[in-house]
Structure formats: structure tokens, C-alpha cells
Write a protein that binds this ligand. Structure first.
Ligand code: IMP
Length: 429
């Protein structure tokens, strides 16, 4: 972050690109790390000296003691999850007090009925394959003007009325879907209020906090969650999450203007994964590709850190990647998990699709499920573990990276060669 006042780091695939490691690296020089969208559907795994920390809601900068960590207004916020995650970090000796862990006072809350509704809808309606954390129903309430923002708990009588109206509507919907497990309103309200009391000292006006931080020349890192192809507008709708995951939302989701995001860093794996349902042209399902997919799953340990679900695996799709680069306005790309492909004889990159009896290198805004990938094949490379400099990179890996840069017209500025914090080749940002 040395030369930058602010960076937005976003996943440019379907999530799980390994954002926490890059954030953790950039956070060494950051003063503030902010989450701006999503909720505890994210699972950001950081490995320090072989000790693993998985964060779902709290920004990944928390492990660096000089940072302040902000949960912006664009997030949907589960108070119970926050308190649990805060406690587990505290137990590890990390300072998670209100001076360095801040929450927007207008963040929308996820309540137990949102979680139940998420699960019930998955069972009975469209199977998106959600994380079941109540994310969609909470964002739905925000758009429907039914949501409750955490700061509203400061006026108990007012918030009780608003929450009760919402509760009664949700209780009916749940009954219709055959779920009778919702607790009585008084119990839900009392628990929510107790949670609020435990969190209230962390609440801030996110916009004002960041305005002051920018004025004081602090270095700000915006931490994206999920990935560009899960964006509610530009992702593979309806198989998407319920927020805008693109870098543009870093501003609305924290309360700063677009000119405040100085640099956009897009993160992609050296291959592709996807959790849940939806189109995935380069998924490795048949023949030798099937073996390659199983390799990626095994070596890359491709199991969700939030739900434990097996991730679907496939080759890196440059058509989709280029689209994501354009949607985010990426200045450069970070490449993660290049080491996972080590040892494969052949690796592939999709550089076109066959669609409507034509070949194209443009990502379609609809009907992605009909696209068949067209591949370029590359020679594989050997072990990369521990490689920290460009000169040690095998020529075949360099060629692979050069093709990514050439196709996307974007340079690769960071290359991750293993899970540890320092297993990384740094070019210039
Ligand atoms: P939701 O965000 O729980 O509503 O899930 C919607 C879709 O986004 C599902 O396909 C999830 O698997 C996917 N999803 C949500 N969060 C993540 C993530 O952090 N990584 C990868 N996929 C995610």
C-alpha cells in the first residue's frame, strides 16, 4: 500500500479466491480495513505460522494490531455471529475493543427469521445453493424498507414496533413454507436487544469516520467479499449473492465518494471454483478434465470455509476474467494458488466460448449455461512451494501468467505460491 492512499481488493471469480491472504499482506501497511458488502456468508481464511484463523464477518485486517477495522453500512450484520467471532479472536489475545473494531450504525441486521427463511426457501423454492446465513432475506428486507438498522435499538419502543411488524410477516411466510421453529417475539427481541447492548460501543457513522481518516492521510483498504460473478447485477443471476460485490460498491457500502478508491486490485485463482448452483463453463466434469478437477479439489483443499461444502472446480476462464476486470476497473490482478497446479502435465486456459453456433471471446450477459469453452493448452510446471522471487519461477508458469496478462490486458502484480503469509512473489502494484 506504500504508494496508495486506498485500495479496493475484490474477488474476480465466484468467490473463494483467497482474499484474506492478500488483505492480510496489504494490511501490514494499512491504517483502516473496511468490509463494504455481504455478511457472514464470507469465509476468509488467514494462515500465520501454520495457525489458521477463519473470519466470516470481521475484516481480515484485525490480525494487524495497528489497523482499525470497520464493518460498513453495505454489509448485512448478524449480531450473534459478530459477538462469537469477536470472542474467539479475544481468546487468541487479539484486541477487538471498540477503539479498533467499528461497525456502521446503519448496518442492516440479520435476525433469526432471516436465517430460517433462507433455509426454508432453499428447501421449497429456487435452489440457489445459498450459505443459509439469512443474507438474501436480510437484503430483501432492506430493499423492501422493512429492515432494522442496528443503531435503531437506541430507541427501544420505536424499534420494537418495527421489528414486531417484520417478525409477524416473516412468521406467516415461514408457516406457509412449513417451518414452525421461530421463537416467540419477546424472546427474539430481548436477545437482539442484549446483543445490541454488547455491541453499541462499536457503532460509528461509517461515512464520517472514513472522511476523517482520509483527511488525516490514513491508508484505507476496502475488503471485498464473494466475487464479481456473484454480483447481484452482473453475476450469473439468479445464481448470485444478494449484494453488489464489484469494487464500485466499496463507496456506497461505506459512505465515501468514488474518487476515494484510488486503486482496484482484482484477485483470481490460477484455476476456477464455484460453490452452489449456477453455470460454470470451464467446470472439469469429464475425461482427463475430470481428473484435473479432482486434483484441484484435493491439492487446493477446495471445501467452503463457511459451510464446508465441496467446491466445484475448473480451468481458469479468461473470458469471464476479462469481463470481471472490466466491471471492476482493475488496475492489476493478484494470482492465487498457482502452486496447486504444480505437477500437472498440462494446464488449460479458456480463451473463447462456442455460443449460438459462433465462437466469441465476449462474456455473454445472459445464457452463460449455453456457452462451451474453447481452450488453449500449456505445459505444466514443477513445485513452486517456497518460491518468493520472479527469477525462480519456471518458464512454463511464466508463459501461463503472460497469457493471462495478454488476454485481460491487465498486469499480474502479485503471485501467491502457498498458503503462508510470506509465500508470495511481489511485482509492483
Ligand atoms: P448467499 O450469499 O448465502 O445468499 O448465497 C448465494 C450464492 O453465493 C451461493 O451460490 C453461495 O454458495 C455463494 N456464496 C456466498 N458467499 C460466498 C463466498 O464467500 N464464497 C463463495 N461463494 C459464496
Amino acid at each position: 500500500m506504500k504508494n496508495r492512499n486506498s485500495i479496493a481488493l475484490v474477488g474476480v471469480q465466484w468467490g473463494d479466491e483467497g482474499k484474506a491472504k492478500i488483505i492480510d499482506h496489504l494490511a501490514e501497511e494499512a491504517d483502516v480495513v473496511c468490509r463494504f458488502q455481504g455478511g457472514n456468508n464470507a469465509g476468509h481464511t488467514i494462515v500465520v505460522k501454520s495457525e489458521k484463523t477463519v473470519l466470516h464477518l470481521i475484516p481480515s485486517g484485525i490480525l494487524h494490531s495497528q489497523t482499525k477495522n470497520l464493518i460498513g453500512n453495505g454489509v448485512v450484520f448478524d449480531m450473534e455471529v459478530f459477538l462469537k467471532e469477536q470472542k474467539s479472536l479475544k481468546d487468541k489475545g487479539i484486541d477487538v475493543g471498540p477503539s479498533r473494531l467499528l461497525v456502521s450504525d446503519i448496518v442492516h441486521c440479520i435476525f433469526p427469521f432471516h436465517r430460517l427463511l433462507d433455509l426454508a426457501r432453499e428447501k421449497h423454492k429456487t435452489k440457489i445453493g445459498t450459505t443459509g446465513r439469512g443474507i438474501g432475506p436480510a437484503y430483501g428486507d432492506k430493499a423492501m424498507r422493512l429492515g432494522v438498522r442496528i443503531g435503531e435499538f437506541a430507541r427501544v419502543d420505536k424499534v420494537r414496533k418495527r421489528l414486531q411488524a417484520n417478525y409477524e410477516e416473516k412468521a406467516l411466510q415461514l408457516k406457509e413454507l412449513g417451518d414452525h421453529s421461530l421463537e416467540p417475539f419477546d424472546a427474539l427481541f430481548d436477545q437482539s436487544y442484549q446483543n445490541y447492548l454488547a455491541i453499541k460501543d462499536h457503532l460509528v457513522d461509517s461515512s464520517r469516520f472514513l472522511f476523517d481518516a482520509f483527511r488525516d492521510k490514513k491508508k484505507i483498504l476496502f475488503e471485498g467479499a464473494q466475487g464479481s460473478l456473484l454480483d447481484i447485477d452482473y453475476g450469473t443471476y439468479p445464481f448470485v449473492t444478494s449484494s453488489n460485490t464489484l469494487a464500485g460498491f466499496a463507496t456506497c457500502g461505506t459512505g465515501v465518494g468514488p474518487s476515494k478508491v484510488e486503486y482496484v486490485l482484482g484477485l483470481t485463482k490460477a484455476y476456477t471454483t464455484r460453490v452452489g448452483s449456477g453455470p460454470f463453463p470451464t467446470e472439469c466434469l469429464e475425461g482427463s478434465d475430470k481428473e484435473a478437477g479432482e486434483w484441484m479439489a484435493k491439492v487446493g483443499n477446495e471445501f467452503g470455509s463457511t459451510t464446508g461444502r465441496a467446491r466445484r472446480c475448473g480451468w481458469l476462464d479468461l473470458v469471464a476474467l476479462k469481463r470481471a476486470v472490466q466491471l471492476n476497473g482493475c488496475h492489476s490482478l493478484a494470482l492465487s494458488k498457482l502452486d496447486v497446479l504444480s505437477g500437472m502435465k498440462e494446464v488449460k486456459l479458456a480463451t473463447g466460448y462456442q455460443l449460438d453456433d459462433k465462437s466469441t471471446s465476449d462474456f455473454p450477459s445472459l445464457y452463460l449455461e449455453e456457452a462451451k469453452p474453447l481452450y488453449e493448452s500449456f505445459e505444466g510446471w514443477g513445485d513452486l512451494q517456497g518460491i518468493r522471487s520472479e527469477s525462480e519461477l519456471p518458464a512454463s508458469a511464466k508463459k501461463y501468467i503472460a497469457r493471462i496478462e495478454d488476454f485481460t490486458e491487465t498486469k499480474v502484480s502479485m503471485i501467491s505460491t502457498g498458503p503462508e503469509r510470506d509465500q508470495m512473489i511481489l511485482r509492483s502494484l
